[in-house]
Structures are given as C-alpha cells and as structure tokens.
Design a protein around this ligand. Structure first.
Ligand code: RIB
Length: 305
C-alpha cells in the first residue's frame, strides 16, 4: 500500500545518560544509567505516525556503520517503507542526551549522514512524495533541502507540515507559503517570531505573527499546558492530559507524528490535535525516544486521571 504519510528528515542514534541533574560547564557527574536508543526527529515522527495508524515512508540518510543498520532496521520493524533511506559514506547521526531526575533533558546532535540529505535526494525519491497525502519535515537536515522539499510538496498539492525543530533563528521568509501546519514548541515559536512566548496570550501573539508571515495554520505545543491552535481567524487552547513524566524526549515528535496520522486518516483538525496530545502525554511516561512512542490501542484506551 502506498504511504499516506511521508517523513523527510533525520535518523540519529541516541546515546542516553540518566543523571541526577544536568551537568554545569566543566563539571563531571556520576550518572545512573546509559543506553543507545533509536531516535532522530524525522525517524521518531515516522515511528509515531506508523504506530498510530498511518502507512509511512521515510526519506533520509544513515551512515555505513552499525548504527546505520540499527536505525534502518528499527523503522523496518514498524512496517515503514525505507526504500528512500540511503546509506552514505559517513557516520550515522548521533544525539548525546542527558536526562535528569526531573525528566528534563539536554541534547547535542551531530548530523553525520543527515548532512548528506541534499535536494538531489528529494528529486531521486519524487515518486515517494507523489504518493503521499501528508508530508512532514523538521530541521535536522540541511535547510536548503527542507526548503526544496517544502516547495516540491506544495507543487504536488500535499498537506505540508513543518516541525521547526531544533530552531534558534527565523525561518527563510519564502518557506511560509509552502507550510499548511507549522508546529513549533514555545522556544521555537519565540525564535521564529522574535517574540517572547511565556504565556497563552504571548503564544497567541507569536502564532498570529507566524500566520502573518504566510503559514497556513500554527500549532504551538506548550508541554504540560497542551497546545495552542491558530488558523488566522481564531485560537483554540487544547489542555494536555495530566501524567507523571519520566522522560520528555520525543514528546514533540510523537505529537507531530500522531497529528499527521490522524489528519491522514480523515480526522478533523481539533480531533487530530487531541489525539496527538494524548499520544505525546503517553510518551512522556516512558523512557527513550522511539521506545516511548505509544501504539494506537494505547491512545484509544487512554483515560484521563
Ligand atoms: O526530538 C527528540 C530527538 O531529538 C532525539 O531522538 C534526538 O535524536 C534528537 O534528534
């Protein structure tokens, strides 16, 4: 069956240390544990969409190392089409992650093979894009490729989602008209808009700014506070279910993948947002990136505390 959700983005091996707290500069801490876990924002979103009901294809690059084999195998095990996951002469992307006892994390990524995602790769797998209903991009591959993919998806008339993560700067102005759903978190919304996002009212101002830039609709994820949806005519604040957080890694990815899967299955926007939020809430109750992502029956069976 052709994929109805296509994810264009990164695959990383996450090297995860749990420690009592995040270290200060120059400090050595004694950690509790270490694990290698399949991750990368693109791959996590692909796994989320697949576990939550979509037919998914991934467009990305891995290195010709052991991590590359594991990262591809992890997607294949989810039934994700990996014909457009290319192995290149480089190390696979890695993310060095520290998670503290309050479930906060700090992450450093090294792009490795993700840097080989050029516009030519998008051209090579144009047929994969053509088969999609929904296409998702993030910012862990070169900007030029993200911009190219957004424009191609727009030409093809696909529903285009950009999760601008990680973001520390405004997006190129000419990207906005190719984005149907822009899904930043609070700090990304602040970086993109140049406005503080420290309250619901501030999030509304930032979302309005991003819509004025040309984005179709904006969903700002607000962590435990849920999300703010803006469509240019109004706002909807969707409360998050209350859960006990263990590890917030990939919560945003789970929201994006879940939202995309729900949208591709024909759910209305507000229902898709609620679905994504329940999936993300469940993911924070479990450790790791891909291992934390729930399956459809978990979300359907979820009862708020
Ligand atoms: O969003 C979480 C992801 O960010 C991790 O899996 C890590 O790989 C980084 O890309």
């Amino acid at each position: 069956m052709p994929a109805n959700v296509v994810v264009i983005g990164s695959l990383n091996m996450d090297l995860v240390t749990r420690a009592p707290r995040l270290p200060n500069g120059g400090e050595t801490l004694i950690g509790h544990s270490f694990a290698t876990v399949s991750g990368g924002k693109g791959a996590n979103q692909a796994v989320a969409a697949a576990r939550l009901g979509a037919q998914v294809a991934m467009v990305g690059c891995v290195g010709n190392d052991a991590y590359g084999v594991q990262l591809r195998d992890a997607l294949l095990a989810e039934g994700i089409d990996c014909q457009a996951v290319t192995t290149v002469e480089d190390s696979s992307g890695v993310a060095l992650i520290v998670v503290d006892d309050n479930s906060q994390n700090a992450i450093v990524i090294v792009a490795g093979a993700n840097g080989a995602m050029t516009p030519a790769v998008i051209d090579r797998f144009d047929a994969v894009l053509q088969a999609a209903d929904v296409i998702i991009c993030q910012l862990e591959i070169p900007d030029a490729t993200v911009g190219y993919a957004l424009k191609r998806g727009r030409e093809l008339g696909k529903i285009m989602i950009l999760n601008p993560a990680p973001a520390s700067r405004p997006l190129p102005a000419d990207w906005y008209s190719s984005i149907d759903y822009l899904i930043p978190n609070e700090s990304e919304a602040a970086a993109l808009s140049g406005l503080p996002v420290d309250s619901l009212a501030a999030a509304e101002r930032a979302a309005s700014h991003l819509i004025a830039m040309g984005a179709g609709k904006v969903i700002i994820t607000l962590g435990a506070q849920g999300s703010l949806f803006a469509n240019g005519t109004g706002f909807e604040h969707c409360q998050a279910p209350t859960v006990k957080a263990v590890d917030t890694t990939a919560a945003g990815d789970t929201f994006v993948g879940g939202f995309a899967a729900a949208l591709a299955s024909g759910k209305a926007e507000s229902e898709a947002i609620r679905f994504g939020q329940v999936a993300a809430a469940l993911s924070v109750t479990r450790a790791g990136a891909q291992p934390s992502i729930p399956v459809l029956s978990d979300v359907q069976g979820f009862k708020s505390a």
